[in-house]
Write a new protein. Sequence first.
Length: 273
Amino acid sequence: MNTMSPSQIPTTKRIKSLGEPIVKIDNVRKSFHGLEVLKGVSLEVRRGEVVVLAGRSGSGKSTLLRCIDQLETIDGGSIRVNGELMGFREKNGRVVPLSDGQIARQQRGMGMVFQNFNLFPHLSVIDNITLAPNKILKRNKEEVRTEARELLAKVGLPEKENAYPRQLSGGQQQRVAIARALAMKPEVMLFDEPTSALDPEMISEVLEVMVDLSHQGMTMIVVTHEMGFARAAADRVLLMHEGSLVEEATPEEFFERPKSEEARIFLSKILHH
């Protein structure tokens, strides 16, 4: 699993001052077919913070991410981003679900990068990136195109704007997917196992882009098995186990002095892969 050697990734973390909490998750519960996969999860993420969610498959990490982005509806608790209740509104002392349109508006504030790149195969790279800002935000097309070129340079692919997804490697497609998410100017970036579908030699090129983003102060919640990235870029590592958060620590503490038995078992397995 841990495909990055420490030499492949920059280890110097920028000292950064974190802002106020931007994501507040309070006692969130979620069940599928009677099986509770999130058991009252609470956490806060501050502006500019990079949080890595670690844990074995099935521990609830991706579900939590999907609940934040409202791809799943929570069964209990609350999620607030920038103080705004996500997915619901309070009305006469009751909480009522938002419409699909209202949810779509809230989702604009978050960029989501999935395992599979989900690029439109029939569109060129630059058209993939400019589609949402043009169609959803109705922004000036030339301005959006200029910004898309800047984002392609940022992810190291300035020469690929006219290429189609099939002409790119997996690592290049994922970097385009990151640029596409950034084109909506999100306040929070969510990454769900962004390197798990990639060949080992392509993983570091995607993680380097993510490390750069962390240095630029982007708020990020990252589900990943890449512990090299967690060491290099995370401000906090959270371990999920069977739907609960069982450990929360700085990377140094998490890797050198894990407190919970679950963390010790997880690290012994993942670091010896």
